[in-house]
Ligand binder design. Structure first.
Ligand code: FE2
Length: 339
């Protein structure tokens, strides 16, 4: 039996997850978190890191209590060392290095993007999916090949989550960005009735959202009635999501994969899920979207990926466990991936 504790602190969320491998398989024993919600504006890295440092002891204790174990029962400590915001990453890395050194536990370096994909595959039961990864920091299409995730296409400027958040913030809909599990752009879209033509920029399997954001904001400056903001939100969302579906479909036909997996923070969006599910069904592929409990940033995905790495002998000395703010998905070699 192996128990791994995982720490996530790359951006707005401080999370601690605990997973266990026993005779029957792998179970998530705990997945506790605390989210930094800005009073105004976007994520302020220093304020988010102060939030993480304040909340870390409580979240750690809560995860151990939930799992019904003490830190001494843990076999290894996993931590997301990147990619992410420097001040935020340092909080998780410092805690992980301390726990590893003080309790003499092996330390496991986890790439946050790899963890989003691995937890999605685990929950879906997929082995070789076409991965559509959409979040506040990433928008990409990837497959596994020769022991790595290979990026077939990605955003050339801002990520999808950033597009939705920035628009909502600039027109005064946010923060908070999400209410009862729905993004403010989705809530506002419900008032929309008319589709407005907005920039749709797809280049092969790459896409670009900055023109769409600029054009939507220009429209929003000119509106006179609240109804019209609904039209813009609806058109912005439909345009952006259709771009994602187009690149996903092109990649699916190119690779001939039989599984389509949606991961990352925006994977909890029902409209996007339905669009991708319809597209996958048209081509006879199975579709799964990561459930909301593990699609946003969380400690369980770090613990789970940490467990896989630990079982394949990947550990790091605490004094060498530096944060990597720009640690790309395709830099990481993963022994359990297909050749
Ligand atoms: Fe993330």
């Amino acid at each position: 039996m192996t128990i791994v504790l995982g720490i996530e602190s790359t951006s707005h969320t401080f999370g601690v997850g605990i997973v266990q491998r026993n005779y029957y398989g792998i179970r998530i024993l705990a997945n506790e978190c605390s989210k930094y919600i800005p009073v105004r504006g976007g994520i302020h890295p220093r304020e988010a890191s102060l939030h993480h440092a304040r909340e870390a002891p409580r979240v750690l204790k809560s995860a151990l209590d939930k799992a019904g174990i003490s830190i001494k029962d843990v076999d290894a400590i996993a931590v997301a060392l990147g990619p992410g915001l420097g001040p935020c990453l340092r909080v998780g890395a410092t805690l992980a290095r301390f726990l590893s050194s003080y309790y003499s536990k092996p330390l496991i370096p986890v790439n946050h993007a790899v963890a989003h994909i691995e937890i999605g595959k685990f929950v879906a039961g997929f082995t070789d999916p076409l991965v559509i990864y959409v979040s506040g920091g990433n928008t990409l299409v990837a497959i596994q090949r020769k022991k790595r995730y290979r990026i077939l296409g990605e955003t050339l400027d801002i990520p999808l989550g950033n597009l939705l958040d920035t628009f909502a913030r600039e027109v005064g809909l946010a923060p908070p960005y999400v209410v009862n599990g729905k993004h403010q752009v989705d809530i506002c879209s419900e008032r929309g009735q008319n589709f407005i033509d907005l920039p749709y920029t797809v280049k092969g399997i790459d896409l670009s959202f900055s023109g769409l954001l600029t054009a939507s904001l220009k429209y929003a400056e000119k509106i006179k009635a609240r109804q019209e903001l609904g039209d813009i939100c609806l058109s912005l969302r439909e345009t952006a999501f259709d771009m994602i579906v187009e690149v996903a479909e092109r990649a699916l036909l190119l690779t001939g994969k039989k599984e389509v997996l949606l991961v990352g923070g925006v994977a909890s969006n029902n409209v996007l899920r339905q669009k991708l599910e319809t597209m996958a069904a048209l081509h006879g592929a199975r579709y799964e979207g990561t459930p909301p409990e593990v699609s946003g940033d969380n400690g369980a995905m770090i613990a789970y990926t940490g467990l896989l790495l630990y079982e394949h002998g990947t550990t790091i000395e605490p004094e060498k466990a530096f944060i990597k703010q720009r640690w790309r998905l395709d830099e990481v070699e993963l022994p359990w991936l297909l050749d």
